[in-house]
Structures are given as C-alpha cells and as structure tokens.
Design a protein around this ligand. Structure first.
Ligand code: GLV
Ligand code: MN
Ligand code: MN
Length: 416
C-alpha cells in the first residue's frame, strides 16, 4: 500500500465555508447551534448535506435509523468501502464543530479527490450518523449503536424526548426514515475526524491528536420517589425529600470520581424535579449520572459503588430509589494499523502530533465493533465543547482534514 505524496492537500477554505454554511442552520442563542436530532433544523441540515453530496456525484443511501451514507464509487466493484463520518446533530447549546467537522471533513476528502481526478480502488462513504449527541433521546451514539448490533432498533424507536415524543415517530415526521436495514453494510475501515473537546492538544501546542483509545462510560438514570408536600407547613422531620437525596447523591458521585483518580470522571448533567414548583417538596426526581474511565475495572467499580451508596443515602431518608442504565460502552482500543496510518500521515505532512485517549464518546466507538476504526483530532480553544462558545481555527481544521485525507486515501488505495 503506497502513501499519498505530501503535496496532496484538501481545500481548507472550502471546508471552512461549508462549516460556516451548516452553522447557519439551527442557530443557538450565543453564536453556536441548537440543531438537535430529528428536529426541523436537523432536517434542514440534512437537506443541505444531501445537496452537497449530490453535487459531488455521490450516491446516497439512508438506513432505517436515518443515518446517511453518501458513496463515491471505487474502481473495484468487489472491494469493501472505507467509511468516513461523524454527526450533524448538536447539543441544545452546542458548538459549530462537534460532529460537523467530521462529516464535512469527509465530504471535503471526496471533493478534493474529484478536483484532482483521483480514483480509488475502494469506495469511500461519507457518513452522517443519526443522534450522536443523545441530548434529546438517550443514549448517545444511538444509530451507530444499532448499526453495530449492540442496541435494538425497536428499543431505539421507542426512546422518548422530554416531551414524550418517540424517536421512531420523529424520524418519520422529518422524512428521514430510510429503507436500508440497519447494519447491513460491511466496512473495510472507519475513520472519524473530530475536535478534541478537551484541553490537551492546545496546551501542548500539538496540531494533531492520534486517537488510540476512547474511554468507556455508563449513564445511570436515577428515579427517586419522595412525597410531595408543602415546603412551608411540613415539619422538617416529616419530609420525604427526593430533592435532598438527589443533592447527596450528586455530592457522592463527585467524591467517588475524585477518589478514582487518575483517569476517571463523573457528574450529573440533567435533573428533572416533579412537580418543579417553588413551594412543593419534589415527590419525584429523575436525573442522570455520567461516569467515564478508560479502565474497565475502574469504570465498573465506580458504577457498583455509586449504586450501593445511593441506595444507602435514599434508605436513610425514606426515599425510593430505582436505577436504569440508559447508556453504556466499554473502553475502546482503536485498530493499531489505522492508528499508525494516521500517525504516519501527520508525520509525513510535518504536523506536530501526539497520541491521545478520547474523553468523549463517538460513533467510531460503535463502528470499532464491526470494523477496524480510528479517529483524528484537532485542538479546540480552551478545551471547551458542548458550549456555544466552542471554537477552533481554520488552520487546525485544515491540517486535521489533511491527515484524514491521507489516512483515508492510503486505505482506499489510489488507482494509478
Ligand atoms: C457524546 O457527545 C458524549 O457524551 O461523549
Ligand atoms: Mn461529537
Ligand atoms: Mn457532542
């Protein structure tokens, strides 16, 4: 397999323009985006992406989870394709780059191949996975999880958003429920370009993250049951306060994570009080604990400890406690041969780089179950992500897309 020569480069200005065009769809309130999955804004973003794929001569397939697969044909009809993608959905207060860089970076790869008239032996499939974020419908990476066979399709269809709307109904409503059986495609390899979403690359002045692993996670949804009662007239001793139990569990999660250092994190990102009225003690509190570690034993140990200590906290307050895991994946080791290819591309192009473990989850984590997979990362300013102020530079995006381009091209094989 020959490496592409180091003068082969993508068009950084075109990539940046595409990112800025996509960012106009589903604007946030502070300069970022709210293009949550299966909303009208998501449909608009998908339509724009489809127009770009059509213009690039790609053939679009859509599966029953709404994932978009845009294929640039290869020369060898028998050869399995190289998949390259990420996601166009965002958090409710998301940035312009999380996911988008990976999808539009993949599109830029094929646009560049078209410009240069380069043919590859293997097809290249630009991919937009549905519901990576898991903000509206838990868990995250839902469609890639179904694709990899670890999440049941009908379970996914039945997931509900905070208004009680079902994933399957919303997918049909926005018109993106495709025909293809989910997971029927076979991949030769999967690549994903993404912003780091953490502070390491910027702090060390490195241009490229060569992603060797991804930490595993558990999302544990707690439902605490107390008794609704007047906040003024109910004596302290008579309260069955689900809100207080939630606060003590939150503090405990922080302590467990701190005592599990290094390489462990834990926190609560979502809390729903019922009835959520100023002068009613909550009768029910539903919240999600998110814990992560690259170490399997540590991750599972944290989960066991949190569940045990939460049960004790609730018992002490007379509060009912039910726990449902709503998201999970084990720590991932990416394919060494593809990781080496990414590292080699960064080296050849003269970019500074380091190996890195992904702190966030990605569709690549599920793709790694069914094919050799890896990722390329670029820095992001102050390591800030899942925030409308998320920022990267055009230069970082261009360099990381060049590394993606080279790694993909080497894998798809240039036809002389
Ligand atoms: C996905 O964005 C995650 O929660 O890591
Ligand atoms: Mn992402
Ligand atoms: Mn994200």
């Amino acid at each position: 397999m020959t490496s592409p020569s180091d003068n082969l480069k993508i068009d950084g200005a075109r990539l940046w323009d595409a990112i800025m065009e996509m960012a106009k769809i589903g604007p946030g309130v502070a300069g970022g985006n709210n293009r949550q999955t299966l909303t009208d804004a998501d449909a608009e973003g998908r339509a724009l992406f489809r127009r770009w794929c059509d213009a690039a001569g790609l053939t679009l397939g859509v599966d029953q989870m709404g994932t978009m697969f845009a294929t640039r044909a290869g020369e060898d009809a028998e050869a399995l394709p190289v998949y390259v993608g990420s996601h166009l959905d965002t958090q409710p207060t998301g940035g312009k780059y999380d996911g988008v860089l990976g999808v539009l970076g993949a599109l830029e790869v094929v646009r560049t191949l078209n410009d240069l008239g380069i043919r590859t032996r293997r097809p290249i499939v630009v991919t937009n996975w549905t519901n990576e974020e898991g903000a509206r419908f838990a868990p995250a990476m839902l469609a890639s999880g179904v694709f990899a066979g670890v999440i049941d399709r009908d379970y996914a269809y039945g997931r509900t958003d905070p208004e009680g709307k079902r994933f399957g109904d919303e997918l049909e409503r926005i018109g993106w429920k495709g025909e293809e059986e989910v997971g029927a495609r076979r991949m030769h390899a999967y690549f994903e370009l993404h912003i780091e979403q953490g502070p390491i690359l910027e702090a060390e002045g490195r241009e490229i993250g060569v992603v060797t692993h991804c930490q595993g996670l558990w999302w544990l949804e707690f439902t605490l049951t107390g008794r609704e009662a007047h906040t003024g007239s109910t004596p302290m001793k008579m309260r069955v306060n689900a809100g207080l139990a939630m606060a003590r569990i939150m503090e405990m999660v922080q302590r467990v994570a701190m005592e599990s250092q290094p390489d462990a994190v834990g926190g609560v990102g979502q809390v729903k009080f019922h009835p959520n009225s100023r002068n009613v003690l909550p009768g029910r509190v539903v919240f999600t604990v998110d814990i992560r570690s690259p170490d399997q034993g540590k991750l599972d140990g944290m989960r066991a400890r949190i569940e045990r200590e939460a049960a004790a906290i609730c018992a002490g307050l007379g509060v009912g406690c039910a726990v449902e895991p709503v998201g999970h994946f084990d720590p991932v080791t990416f394919a060494p041969e593809l990781v080496a290819r990414v590292r080699g591309a960064a080296e050849r192009l003269g970019y500074s780089h380091r190996d890195i473990v992904s702190g966030a989850g990605h569709d690549a984590c599920w793709a790694a179950k069914v094919a050799p997979a890896t990722m390329v990362m670029c820095p992001c300013v102050d390591g800030l992500s899942h925030n409308e102020a998320e920022e990267i530079t055009p230069d970082w995006a261009e360099k990381a897309a060049n590394v993606l381009f080279h790694a993909v091209l080497e894998t798809a094989e240039i036809v002389a």
